[in-house]
Design a binder for this molecule. Structure first.
Ligand code: C5P
Length: 245
């Protein structure tokens, strides 16, 4: 399948990992006109707040609010209700919160959109953070087995609760899709175009390798945000994806 420029841009989630709205706006203005997804994480959301998210929506961007909710079901239901009212296209919760918590997120978002004209956001589960290695998983968190087995089990739990997909490493996409079905979405960080710095990511893939694995969206931060020319960096990634068979 060949992607158009617009389809490729829409699969790239630019991680706006900035301390405040001004810093994020500098990057956004450099990328102006490219219809990519914008990912707002906790650093920027805690600093710039709901009005920043609303302003991205007013400018027509797709927004993934990466705030990884994890609390009792009633509290997550309220949180989901609030963020769905902002019109975000996607947000996430921890699968470790269990089925009732994930179902509460769906309920809260559904209540927010009903009668509002807003569309239902995709709710995505965080499985195991990529910073968790097997020793941490087994000895600190108390889950036995491999990280991959824990990721698959959480993905199945999220699917059972009715969520739209999971955040995962690109190397886990095939196994997740095999168990949860191809329409269950995967959102993958750890993407590094050939020649860009690896930074603190392990288990990286290039954009075209990740696309080949079947990833639905790729989260890309520093290869764009820390590039000398962020617009050119993003355009080159789009070019790589559109030339992929
Ligand atoms: O700069 P870089 O491309 O490494 O940014 C990756 C983004 O994806 C960051 O916002 C990071 O918080 C996020 N992320 C990640 N690994 C996860 C979940 C989210 O790197 N497992």
């Amino acid at each position: 399948m060949k992607l158009t420029n617009e389809q490729a841009a829409g699969r790239i989630m630019v991680a706006l990992d900035y301390p405040d709205a001004n810093a994020a706006e500098r990057l956004i203005s450099e990328l102006q006109g490219i219809p990519c997804y914008m990912k707002v994480g906790m650093q920027l959301f805690y600093a710039a707040g709901p009005s920043f998210v609303q302003s991205l929506k007013e400018r027509g961007y797709y927004v993934f609010l990466d705030v990884k909710m994890h609390d009792i079901p009633n509290t997550v239901k309220g949180g989901a209700n609030s963020v769905a009212k902002l019109g975000v296209d996607m947000f996430n919760v921890h699968a470790a919160g269990g089925s009732a918590m994930m179902e509460a997120a769906l309920e809260g978002a559904d209540m927010a959109i009903s009668g509002s004209g807003l569309k239902m956001p995709s709710i995505i589960a965080v499985t195991q953070l990529t910073s968790t290695n097997q020793a941490t998983l087994n000895e600190q968190i108390g889950i036995e087995g491999t990280v991959e087995a824990a990721v698959i089990r959480y993905a199945e739990l999220a699917r059972g609760a009715g969520l739209a997909g999971v955040v995962a490493s690109p190397s886990e996409v095939e196994a997740i899709k095999a168990v949860c079905g191809t329409s269950f979405q995967t959102i993958t960080p750890g993407i590094r175009p050939t020649g860009s710095a690896v930074n603190d990511q392990s288990r990286i893939m290039t954009p075209s390798e990740a696309l080949k694995q079947g990833t639905d969206y790729m989260v890309i931060g520093r290869p764009i945000t820390a590039a000398a020319n962020p617009r050119l960096a993003l355009e080159m990634i789009i070019e790589e994806l559109t030339s992929h068979e």
